[in-house]
Design a protein around this ligand. Structure first.
Ligand SMILES: Cc1cc2nc3c(=O)[nH]c(=O)nc-3n(C[C@H](O)[C@H](O)[C@H](O)COP(=O)(O)OP(=O)(O)OC[C@H]3O[C@@H](n4cnc5c(N)ncnc54)[C@H](O)[C@@H]3O)c2cc1C
Length: 359
């Protein structure tokens, strides 16, 4: 028996590919709820799964970046992004797992395990099971990672988000404000409703930024949640215990998306558990690491520099690079951008200098 803890996209995607006797344990009474996600994905998800039309709430074909001085810039996306119904998406991936023969245990919480040779006695809120493998796909505060002693020193950010009724929405355009939180967004579902959110270290400033972003909009549903910061030293395997998705801190820190990385890692694990760690190190860690460095840089940027960044991206050739790049894989575009734009080097240098001088 292979025990997958957590019926999120990482665990269910893995279970949809694994050939063994897979059991998925989910502590909630249903899969996909409560929602704590914007559900925006690039088309790189299509390498892993089809996305039925009824899962797609809207499509995004432009980003509008707003500088602290109010100046804004549009980036046309070469390939549209999809805004998904997150709960339905999770249930869709779960169905693929069930079609592959996985069994689902709802309302059953993982509590811990005891080593039994190379296998495990798995303890849940209902029973004890003999299990050869345990997959921790149980989100940011992974109980599996804790039980295995590989939780590490985790840091978290808070994502405040709500579905809101908004006036004057631009359909198909995601608005990103560079001076609110570490990262903030207004993602329209249609011309009246948007998912509005802001991410950062959970403090009074973040709460104030969130209030500012929501403004007079009517809040329909709170969808806030916690996101782990990628830890390059995070252990993701111990014996026959493996971590996937948020449980492994595999979230890109540049825009705090994690769905696709959980699916990629699930795919590697199902294909070959022996090469799982090396595949993650070779193929995923570089982009996660670059995203983390991009995030550190953006966090160190002052308002003047954020205004400068908009000016740099206003240039046609730089704007074109942004239009074409898939933000899940920054390693593919960052070199191009740095090679073409000396001003970015200068700006980066200024940001680091300011940080070093404590300005
Ligand atoms: C506000 C916000 C907006 C976001 N927007 C995006 C976005 O637009 N795009 C994107 O790609 N990512 C986004 N993310 C991140 C994304 O939601 C996560 O990266 C993704 O859900 C991780 O999937 P996962 O399967 O690893 O974990 P999860 O989706 O967290 O699933 C873990 C599952 O494990 C279950 N579980 C936990 N503990 C136990 C236990 N002890 N026993 C049994 N079950 C357990 C949980 O109930 C849950 O169902 C956002 C996050 C937030 C907070």
């Amino acid at each position: 028996m292979i025990s997958v803890i957590g019926a999120g996209p990482a665990g269910c995607y893995y279970a949809s590919k694994e050939k063994g006797d897979v059991h998925i344990f989910e502590e909630h009474a249903s899969v996909g709820n409560p929602i704590a996600c914007t559900g925006i994905l690039t088309d790189s998800v299509l390498q892993f799964t089809d996305i039925p039309k009824d899962l797609i709430i809207s499509k995004i074909n432009k980003f509008k970046m707003v500088a602290p001085n109010g100046k804004s810039l549009y980036v046309d996306l070469n390939k549209t992004n999809m805004v998904l119904h997150r709960a339905k998406f999770d249930q869709f991936v779960l169905q693929k797992a069930l079609d592959n023969g996985a069994k689902l245990h709802l309302n059953e919480k993982f509590l811990g395990y005891r080593q039994n040779g190379t296998a495990y006695k798995l303890k849940t809120s209902k029973k004890t099971y003999d299990s050869e493998m345990i997959i921790g796909a149980d989100g940011p505060h992974s109980a599996v990672a804790k039980a295995a002693g590989i939780y590490g020193k985790r840091k978290f950010v808070k994502g405040y988000q709500a579905r809101c009724k908004v006036k004057d929405l631009e359909e198909g355009v995601t608005e990103v404000h560079l001076n609110l939180g570490e990262f903030s967004w207004v993602v329209p579902e249609d011309d009246k409703i948007a998912r509005i959110g802001v991410i950062g270290v959970d403090d009074e400033k973040l709460k104030a930024d969130y209030k500012k972003l929501i403004g007079n909009s009517e809040v329909l549903e709170d969808q806030s949640g916690i996101i782990p910061l990628y830890n390059p030293r995070q252990k993701i395997k111990k014996g026959n215990i493996f971590l996937l998705g948020d449980a492994a801190t595999h979230v890109k820190a540049s825009t705090y998306g994690g769905i696709i990385y959980g699916m990629i890692a699930g795919d590697y694990l199902a294909k070959n558990k022996g090469t799982f760690v090396s595949n993650i190190n070779k193929k995923l860690s570089k982009d996660l690491w670059i995203s983390l460095k991009m995030r550190n840089m953006m966090n160190a940027m002052n308002e003047k520099q954020a205004n400068e960044l908009i000016d740099i991206f206003e240039k046609k050739r730089n704007n074109k690079i942004l239009s074409e790049y898939d933000r899940n894989f920054p390693s593919k575009f960052i070199v191009q951008l740095l090679m073409k734009e000396a001003k970015l080097w200068k700006l980066g240098f200024k940001i680091f200098a300011n940080r070093a001088l404590g300005k």
